[in-house]
Design a protein around this ligand. Structure first.
Ligand code: 4AD
Ligand code: MG
Length: 432
């Protein structure tokens, strides 16, 4: 049997009797009436059982229902002024599917470590449910955006032989007598793919062996990476800005309930849609950091706090471009007018969330690319297939990567990326 009616559909079913299947979150009762809080995966609702509306046996069953017991319910959908969704259910019949005893997550406050250990159950709670729903809408917005712009989804491999973003964060694994690495980014593959399909993107898990315990770092995270042939840095910024606006716009449109559950201030999100993102050069960003009193030299890489300082200057995401070549990977194209900096860009989210996008224009010249690989003490032989692309009709091209978890964290207003996915991977967390 395929369940057909869910809480999500009930606003269109006022006056009808429906059958729902789900779980009890709480029951309180007097002699005459019992109130059951009920969820079915698509929402949360109150079911009212009056002593004269159900059989005496059912009334007893309902009164004794425990938290997270699974039940099937037959009930009538009615309007209710008091309910947050404007509707509630009047019970007619209840059938227990599986009784629960001693559910470990009670309505009292629990510590984060305790809840993270129980992540397989914690995801049932309203807050976590809201985050998972918003994450789903963000991912749908991403796919829709690229599909509407005629991109082709090209899946990048996860086992790789090369590094993309620096050897210090590679997870190494044994591969039939050779070494393989878990992919840090699909970019190098997309650079080849965009010369096959014009506009390519990949979307999948990526891995960084970063033993950093910050609120922004995971060891496994999802990244969407578009790459476009015949696109320069300007086009790249335009594409990235459009993506961020498409994501925020979909969430504002479809996730009002969820944003309310999370108590997210929506004003900063509305600002994202109010106009183009400010663009500042790395050099201007350095000045912003120095003027704030923080210690920072031209040539340093931004840390989390530096990004927060720059991002907080603006009420909308800010695009920072032209970072020093020395702190950036080999594939970035130097600026012809100032070869000390590269034609790259990062997008920093406001409200202290920092970098959500990194990307830029790539070096398309074969000889210069080989030189850059050698300059970073890498072996051109392992990049043979990648540099080969430059020999056959090489064209200017650019792309970027947007981190899904950083975006979810910012849009939901969370204090840590660990709550942005169902089963996060952190340096000290491999379970559940
Ligand atoms: O800036 P990054 O390292 O860029 C790349 O990997 C490029 N190859 C992308 C490209 O041009 N195709 O990572 C891109 C984004 C960051 O802006 C951030 O949102 C996210 O990926 N990210 C992380 N998210 C969670 N945990 C981590 N450890 C992350 N590292 C990067
Ligand atoms: Mg980056």
């Amino acid at each position: 049997m395929l369940q057909k009616v869910y809480i999500r559909h009930l606003p269109n079913k006022i006056g009808e009797t429906v059958e729902l299947a789900g779980w009890v979150t709480r029951v309180r009762s007097s002699g005459k009436v019992a109130f059951m809080q009920f969820r079915d995966g698509t929402g949360f609702i109150q079911i009212v059982a009056g002593v004269q509306d159900v059989s005496p046996q059912d009334f007893e069953t309902i009164r004794r229902l425990t938290q997270e017991t699974s039940v099937r319910v037959t009930a009538e959908v009615v309007k209710s002024e008091k309910a947050p969704t404007g509707i509630e259910l009047l019970a007619k019949h209840v059938e227990v599917v599986s009784e629960t005893h001693d559910y470990p997550i009670t309505p009292k406050e629990h510590g984060t470590d305790f809840l993270m250990d129980l992540r397989h159950l914690w995801i049932r709670s309203p807050r976590q449910h809201a985050i998972l729903t918003i994450r789903h809408q963000i991912i749908t917005a991403v796919r829709q955006y690229f599909d509407d712009l005629d991109f082709t989804l090209v899946d990048a491999p996860i086992f790789t032989a090369n590094e993309c973003e620096g050897s210090s964060t590679l997870f190494k694994t044994e591969y039939f007598g050779e070494s393989a690495y878990l992919s840090q980014s699909g970019q190098l593959y997309m650079e080849a793919a965009c010369e096959a399909v014009g506009r390519a993107y990949c979307f999948g898990p990526t891995f960084r062996a970063e033993n950093s315990n910050t609120r922004r770092h995971l060891t496994e995270f999802w990244m969407v990476e578009p790459e476009v042939a015949y696109m320069d840095l300007d086009g790249d910024m335009e594409l990235a800005e459009g993506l961020v606006q498409a994501i925020v716009s979909r969430v504002l449109e479809r996730c009002q309930n969820e944003l309310k559950i999370l108590e997210r201030d929506q004003e900063p999100l509305k600002q994202v849609l109010a106009g183009p993102f400010p663009r500042v050069s790395y050099t201007e960003a350095v000045k912003i950091i120095q003027d704030s009193g923080a210690k920072f030299e031209w040539g340093d890489d931004f840390g989390g706090t530096d990004e927060t300082i720059v991002g907080s200057k603006f009420n909308r995401p800010v695009i920072v471009y032209g970072y020093p070549a020395e702190i950036k990977p080999f594939y970035m194209k130097p600026d012809e007018n100032n070869p000390k900096v590269v034609r790259n860009m990062d997008i920093l989210a406001p409200e202290g969330y920092g970098e959500i996008i990194g990307g830029g224009q790539r070096e398309e010249n074969y000889d210069k690319l080989i030189e850059a690989i050698k300059a970073q003490k890498l072996d051109p032989k392992t990049y043979q297939w990648y540099t080969d692309v430059r020999k056959f009709g090489s064209v200017p091209h650019a792309g970027f990567g947007l981190g899904i978890e950083r975006s979810v964290s910012w849009i939901c207003g969370l204090s840590h990326v660990r709550e942005t996915g169902a089963f996060p991977r952190l340096p000290h967390r491999l379970k559940p």
